[in-house]
Unconditional design. Structure first.
Length: 313
């Protein structure tokens, strides 16, 4: 899957601290916010509903009668979330930080090798054993050339939300505590979306003429992909430890637990690929042969790795 690599405008690590929250808020994907509250359905136009009763009724009447109670519940939740966002902005309750960079890289079979500060960081990748709809079994390593290519890595985090959520818990206000946590999760993802936009157009610049709306971005209509650690195409959570030397998590306030979880919980990390044919996919189940080979390439025992890979075995 060959391509012509685009040399980044800026190589190496970049850290942005105290990013303006107003820059991030427009990139929130409210669909996933509602899903976190187990509220499936489409609520198009909810952002434009004003506080007046006529505006609310006009929006609700577009839904079938049976769906209106659920839509009204979604509207209340959305209004509460927007009010909390205003509080976060006015009182500077949370801060947004990001660590990201583009690095020289190449692929050897299903391994991605990243050069950084005179060292090579090898990231073993997994390959699908059941073909995608186009008939091909993908590995993320397919999107990196055998030489003279580049790969990006990123992490975003929302700091301060734990103390904010605890302030509600002290008053037994479970609803607003959960609201603060789910909203901060979406802010971390929104920050990742905003940074990726900047990377495509400015820092890497492989799509400098991109002219998409935020809605189109949230539908991943851009070129390139941003798979996060723990997600379907990058399911091994332990790979987060390999990204730490690249991204220097502690410098933006992220701590890693022994299980590879990031703290604060409202944090996300992953990789950037610029290959024009790169796509999201699900690794799914792998057999024992691939698992043994993956363990060998990771330099870990199968017993140790099995706990990280249980969902794929």
């Amino acid at each position: 899957m060959s391509h012509i690599p685009v040399k980044p405008n800026k190589l190496g690590l970049i850290q942005l601290k105290n990013i303006d929250l107003q820059e991030i808020v427009p990139f929130i994907d409210w669909v996933f916010f509602f899903m976190a509250w187990r509220m499936s359905g489409k609520y198009d136009g909810i952002e434009s509903v004003h506080d007046c009763e006529s505006c609310k009724k006009s929006w609700l009447y577009q839904f079938p009668l049976a769906d209106r109670p659920k839509a009204e519940e979604a509207l209340k939740l959305f209004k509460d979330a927007r009010e909390m966002l205003r509080q976060m902005l006015d009182e500077k309750i949370v801060s947004v930080h990001a660590s990201f960079g583009i690095f020289p890289a190449y692929a050897i079979d299903d391994d991605i090798c990243i050069e950084n500060e005179g060292k090579t960081i090898t990231l073993p990748m997994l390959r699908q054993q059941h073909a995608s709809t186009d008939g091909f079994c993908y590995s993320l390593a397919d999107f990196v050339a055998p030489k003279n290519d580049y790969v990006g890595a990123f992490a975003t985090t929302i700091q301060g939300v734990e103390a904010f959520a605890e302030s509600f818990e002290k008053d037994d206000d479970v609803y607003h505590s959960i609201l603060a946590k789910t909203l901060s999760d979406r802010l971390a993802e929104a920050a990742a979306e905003w940074i990726h936009y900047k990377v495509r157009r400015e820092y890497w610049g492989y799509a400098k003429d991109e002219n998409l709306t935020i809605k189109e971005m949230l539908k991943t209509q851009y070129s390139g992909i941003r798979p996060a650690v723990g997600y379907p195409s990058l399911p091994d959570q332990s790979i987060i430890f390999e990204l730490e030397p690249l991204l220097k998590f502690k410098e933006i306030g992220i701590e890693l637990t022994e299980n590879g979880a990031m703290f604060p919980n409202a944090s996300v990390s992953g990789l950037y690929f610029a290959h024009p044919k790169s796509k999201y996919f699900m690794i799914g189940k792998i057999d024992e042969n691939q698992f043994a080979d993956y363990a060998r390439r990771c330099g870990k025992s199968t017993d140790l790795l099995r706990k990280w890979m249980a969902a794929n075995l």
